[in-house]
Every structure is written in structure tokens, then in C-alpha cells.
Design a binder for this molecule. Structure first.
Ligand SMILES: [Zn+2]
Length: 372
């Protein structure tokens, strides 16, 4: 199934300028092609977009050195656009003769990676020639051959078509409870554990070291400037490691299970505890939830969010009785019924059992998989 995706880009001024230059390049070439088409046609020749492109590449482009500073893919696609415009004119009744493009109206251009895939999946995209740009939301995990950049008002949006991976329903396990925590990032009711990442912890330690160093440096000095750059790139490194790891977990969950049960984040309660709030934002639990929501839609899984007041960690997953005294430091849940179990695993199992009754349905079913 081919799906379309379109989202706004987060760009700095330099990136906006390079976008505008490429859109201008695309428009310039399209308009050159349109004019050349009319002239050659009137001269009794049979123009095609391909013939014009060859002529352009060999005899026109070399006269405009500014064009060699921009991605050559852009002008290739300008001729593809020209061809499409004429095909529409020839084949679809009522379509007018192609018009010249005007600056500021539908400014856009298309890029590809010279036949290689462009990998997508996070909120960052490495665009050929232009470099890495960010988006406000994560992109679906996929590979595409080309992307189109379009100006919408003051912003630029990226759009592309991608092939949706179809879930394999018979491979899916029915239901899983997921306990999100600080010691283990995610504990699944089937006993699987996603620990906090070691390289991430290492990178975080380095980050705090850099932060300490910077605070010791004289403000505005050359050294502090250098340190600041180091710090920024380390921030980026840590954020990327975390995001990639979260993507790995959320993809695994959404692909493998047909119903995923998580607890709503107790925002107020967590923010009241500053230490806990810091840990939660560092672990990216909000990001986890956000990724899980869109991937459940993508893979046709149901996401159930249990009320935040439901005492998942205090309830016994075996007999259902509720403990009133369970401190955060107790890692083993012990019940009068004889159950002795890892605290997080117990909570995950309780969540899996409580999937009905306490639930808020967060995701609709995708067309790809009707199972629930
Ligand atoms: Zn019990």
C-alpha cells in the first residue's frame, strides 16, 4: 500500500535560503524548458522533455555557473515536471497549455539520492546536497527514492510517498502490558525487558562532565566557545541515541503485539517530584508514547491506555489484592498469596490483565489489520 506523508520542516535561516534557491532553480529551468518547447515547436520540430534536457545539459547549463552550486537533481526533476505538464495537456481534455511558473506561487522542488534510498524514521532527515534538516514530528520508518520540498507561506514542508509495511497478523501475539520505568526503560508482561541503554548512559555522563567544564570556563572566552560547541554536539548525540532506541522498542511492540497496554503518564504527580520529572524527560517517556501511538496506527495494533490512577504497581498480578504500602525502593513485589515477582514485571502483568474496563482507546484500527 502506497501512502503519502507531508510535514513541516524546522529550518534555520541558512537552510530556508538554500531551499528558496533550489525552488528558484527548479522554476528557472521549468520556464526555460517551456519557452524552448514553444520555440522549437513553432520552428516545425517535435520537442520532448528529454531532448530539451539533453540540449540544456550540454549547451545552456554551462553558461550559468550559479547552477553548479545547487543540486543537479533539481533540474532533472524540473524536466520531469515539464513532461508531466505536457502529458496532461495532450491526454486530458480541458487541460490548458502549460503555464510559466511565478515566483512565490507553488514554489517547490524535488530531490533524490541518485538512485540510492533516502532513509527516514526519526525527526531528522539527511537530504542529499542540502544536509540534515529536522521536522516537528517523527517520520514513518521507511525508505524513499525522492522527496519534494514545497513552500507553504513562510514554512517549508516535505512530502513523499512510501510503501507501508503490512503487518503479519498470525505472527502477532495477542496482548502485552508494558511498564515504563527508570531502572528498566520498558518491562513487558511476557518477561522481556528493555534496559536503559549503556552507551546512552556513557554519553549522558560525558554530557554532564562537559556541562561542568563549561561552567568553570570564563564566559565569552575562546575556550568556552569551543566547549559550548562540544556540548551542543554531545547533546545531539545523546538525543539521537535515545530516539533511535525508543524507535527500536516502539517498532518491536507495534509489530509484534496486537494490543499494547500502557499506563497513562501521571504528569502532575511526576512533575511534582523534580528528580523523577527529570528522569522521565531524559528517558523520553512522552516521546515513547507518541511514537507508539503512530506506529500502532501504522501496524494496525490497538493501543490501550490505562487510567493514570489505576494502581498497577500496587496490585498483585496473581490474586488481584492491592498493597497499600509499597515504597519506590522495593524492587520485589511480595504478596500474601505467595507471589514474589519483580516489581516492574508485576506491574506489566497487571496492565495486561486490566486491558478491559479501565481503558481509553487511543488508536483507531488501520485498514491493514482488522484484529483487535
Ligand atoms: Zn497476590
Amino acid at each position: 500500500m502506497l501512502l503519502g506523508f507531508r510535514t513541516k520542516l524546522k529550518l534555520n535561516n541558512q537552510q530556508k535560503t538554500i531551499m528558496a534557491r533550489h525552488a528558484g532553480y527548479s522554476r528557472w529551468v521549468f520556464n526555460w524548458g517551456l519557452k524552448a518547447w514553444s520555440i522549437t515547436y513553432q520552428a516545425g520540430l517535435k520537442p520532448t522533455a528529454n531532448k530539451l534536457k539533453k540540449f540544456y545539459t550540454n549547451y545552456v547549463k554551462p553558461d550559468y555557473p550559479w547552477q553548479s552550486q545547487l543540486s543537479s537533481r533539481v533540474y532533472q526533476y524540473a524536466f520531469v515536471d515539464l513532461d508531466k505538464a505536457f502529458q496532461r495537456f495532450f491526454k486530458i481534455k480541458g487541460t490548458g497549455y502549460p503555464k510559466f511558473k511565478k515566483k512565490g506561487i507553488n514554489d517547490s522542488f524535488t530531490l533524490d539520492n541518485c538512485g540510492k534510498w533516502i532513509e527516514l524514521g526519526s525527526a531528522r532527515i539527511k537530504l542529499p546536497f542540502i544536509g540534515t534538516v529536522s521536522t516537528y514530528e517523527a517520520l514513518p520508518h521507511c525508505q524513499v527514492k525522492k522527496v519534494t520540498l514545497t513552500r507553504v507561506g513562510k514554512d517549508w514542508v516535505i512530502s513523499f510517498a512510501y510503501e507501508q509495511e503490512r503487518p503479519i497478523p498470525e505472527k502477532k501475539m495477542a496482548r502485552v502490558g508494558v511498564d515504563l520505568g527508570i531502572i528498566s526503560l520498558a518491562t513487558l508482561s511476557n518477561g522481556e525487558v528493555f534496559p536503559n541503554l549503556k552507551p546512552y548512559r556513557k554519553a549522558s555522563l560525558k554530557l554532564s562532565r562537559l556541562q561542568r567544564n563549561l561552567s568553570r570556563k570564563v564566559q565569552g572566552s575562546k575556550n568556552s566557545q569551543k566547549q559550548r560547541i562540544k556540548l551542543a554536539s554531545q547533546h545531539e548525540k545523546v538525543a539521537n541515541l535515545r530516539r533511535d532506541y525508543l524507535h527500536k522498542i516502539t517498532s518491536y511492540l507495534a509489530k509484534k503485539f496486537s494490543n499494547i497496554v500502557i499506563e497513562d503518564l501521571n504528569v502532575k504527580g511526576m512533575l511534582a517530584n523534580r528528580k523523577l520529572a527529570k528522569a522521565i524527560s531524559e528517558l523520553g517517556l512522552y516521546e515513547f508514547r507518541r511514537q507508539l501511538e503512530y506506529k500502532c496506527k501504522l501496524y494496525g495494533s490497538k493501543l490501550t491506555i490505562v487510567d493514570r490512577w489505576f494502581p498497577s504497581s500496587k496490585t498483585c498480578s496473581s490474586c488481584g489484592s492491592i498493597k497499600t504500602d509499597l515504597s519506590l525502593s522495593e524492587r520485589i513485589y511480595r504478596c500474601e498469596c505467595g507471589l514474589e515477582i519483580d516489581r516492574d514485571l508485576n506491574a506489566a502483568k497487571v496492565l495486561a490483565n486490566q486491558a478491559v474496563g479501565y481503558t481509553v482507546l487511543a488508536c483507531g484500527q488501520s485498514a491493514a489489520d482488522g484484529s483487535g
